[in-house]
Each structure stands twice: as C-alpha cells, then as structure tokens.
Design a protein around this ligand. Structure first.
Ligand code: COA
Length: 260
C-alpha cells in the first residue's frame, strides 16, 4: 500500500513506519493521522509482522507535533474531531498486541511526544528533545498527552512539562521514565535493530499477553490486574510456543517460535 505521508518497509518480522513530511518536521495533519491509523491496522492484521518501529523521516525530528498550520483555523467541533482522531490512533498503537518501538532521533514535541508515549518502548538519540509545548500556542495537549504523561511520569512531571511547555533533553526524559533508553546519536539505528530483532524472535502470543496485562493493570485495581495476569498466564500454556520455549531450555538449544 502506497502512502502519501508515510514510508514503510519490512525486514524479517520488523515493520518500520516513518512519518514522511521532513520539510514540516513530520508534523501530524489529519491525512497523516489517517494514514498512520491505517498503517497500524495493517501491521496488526499481518501475522508476518512481529514488531513495529515507528519513526520520522530525516535526522531532525521524530514528529514536531500536530500540524500547527492545519490547526490554526479549526473551529471547536473540528478540533474535537481532530483530538478524537489523534487519541484513536494512540489507542490503536497502545493496543496493537505487538510491540511498538519509538525511534526518537530528534524533536518529539506535542503530538510527537504523545505518539511516542503510546509506543511500548522509546529509544532516543542523545540529541533528541521532548516536550509538550502546546501551552505556548494557547492550547493543551489533545492526543492523550495530559493522561499518558501523568501515568508514565506522575503528576509533578506532567504538570511541569505541560504548564511550562519547555522541552527537555533525552537524559532528563530517561530520568523521568519518558524514554526507556538513550544512546549516542550514531548508535541509534544499531540499538533499534538489535531491540527489534530480539522482539521479532520472541513468542508473539506471550508478547501480546504482556502488553495486554500491563495495559490492563495500569487502569485497574491490583486484584483485577492479578486476576487478568493469571488468565493470560494460563492461556500461554495452550500455545505451542510455550511448549517450544520450555523444551528448548531443557534441551539446551535456542527456541524457534511459530506464533501458535
Ligand atoms: N506544525 C506545522 N509545521 C511545523 C511544525 C508543526 N508542529 N513544526 C515545525 N514545522 C515546520 C515549520 O513551520 C517550518 O516550515 P516552513 O519551512 O515551511 O516555514 C519547518 O517545519 C521547519 O521548522 P523550523 O521552525 O524552521 O525549524 P527550527 O529548527 O527553527 O525549529 C522547532 C524546530 C521544533 C523548535 C520548531 O519548528 C517548533 O517549535 N515547532 C513547533 C513545535 C510545537 O509547538 N509542537 C506542538 C504542536 S501542538
């Protein structure tokens, strides 16, 4: 499928999706939100895709936010629809059932930070800058930023980043738990490849179970989360991959997971 504002490529079980508007620092307009939603739906439906890497084209930006030019003359009802479309995309990513890695090589601001936070792992180059600068536009984050930032980094960090709107560097983002790894700029691609290949070789049903259990547990009481974990754990025992994983350990060989 050809996209106007995205580049996609496959390598083994790894699908890379790149927002491709480098002249606009990969800003998200309505068309790009729609294409991203479609691209993630396709990645979910394709059993050959085991892991997705999400990034932006060029060196400068992962995504520098929602498209400010496109937003500038929206009315309130259109803004509501734009926010809902962005939030729906973020939920599609978060609930994909396959690991999604954000490869953050530069600016991840506003909607870009929100996009990164919907991914399951975030790996940043040292030069990356992250933040929620919407306040400087007289706005609040509208693609889930106030909610995911709160859940990832707590109330203090969420309020500081959203109220002041100042970008932070990658090390600061790591300290706040907003990115999961920081690497030197020229080591980013090797680090992403290693991470993605490792996940692509893992048991897909167990990966999906972990994603489901952590997503569910983040939104419910401990007892409910534990009950969900037990059911998901038990379900693994119905999979060929669980037999293969345990047998391979006992036979001192590497497991080969089929996804069944
Ligand atoms: N929406 C639309 N266009 C954007 C954009 C956005 N969020 N971010 C950058 N662009 C465009 C610029 O308008 C410029 O386009 P032009 O060349 O047609 O004028 C191009 O991308 C390059 O950006 P520029 O501002 O010239 O680069 P810079 O290196 O001087 O600054 C940033 C980089 C990221 C600091 C700056 O672009 C910026 O602050 N962007 C907006 C960030 C933001 O507020 N995001 C939240 C939006 S809700």
């Amino acid at each position: 499928m050809a996209y106007r504002n995205l580049l996609t490529s496959d390598r083994g079980g790894v699908r890379t999706i790149a927002v491709n508007r480098p002249d606009k620092l990969n800003a998200l307009d309505r068309a790009t939100l729609g294409e991203l939603t479609l691209a993630f739906q396709q990645a979910r439906a394709d059993a050959d895709v085991r892991v997705v890497v999400l990034t932006g084209a060029g060196d400068k930006a992962f995504v520098a936010g929602a498209d400010i030019a496109a937003m500038s003359d929206l009315g309130a009802a259109e803004a509501q629809a734009f926010s809902r479309a962005g939030q729906a995309l973020m939920l599609t990513i978060e609930q994909l059932g396959k690991p999604v890695i954000a490869r953050i090589q530069g600016y991840a601001l506003g909607g870009g930070m929100e996009l990164a936070m919907a991914c399951h792992l975030r790996i940043a180059a040292r030069r990356a800058r992250l933040g929620q600068p919407e306040i400087s536009l007289g706005l609040i984050p509208g693609f889930g930023g106030t909610q995911r930032l709160l859940r990832l980094a707590g109330r203090g960090a969420a309020l500081e980043l959203c109220l002041l709107g100042l970008p932070i560097d990658a090390e600061h983002a790591l300290a706040l738990g907003l990115v999961t790894r920081v690497v030197d700029n020229d080591a980013l691609d090797a680090a992403v490849t290693e991470l993605a290949d490792g996940l692509a070789a893992a048991a897909p049903l167990a990966l999906a179970g972990i994603l489901d259990a952590v997503n569910t547990g983040g939104e419910c009481a401990l007892e409910q989360g534990l009950a969900f974990e037990t059911q998901t754990f038990a379900l693994c025992f119905a999979s060929a991959d669980m037999r293969e994983g345990t047998r391979a350990f006992l036979e001192r060989r590497k497991p080969l997971f089929s996804g069944h």
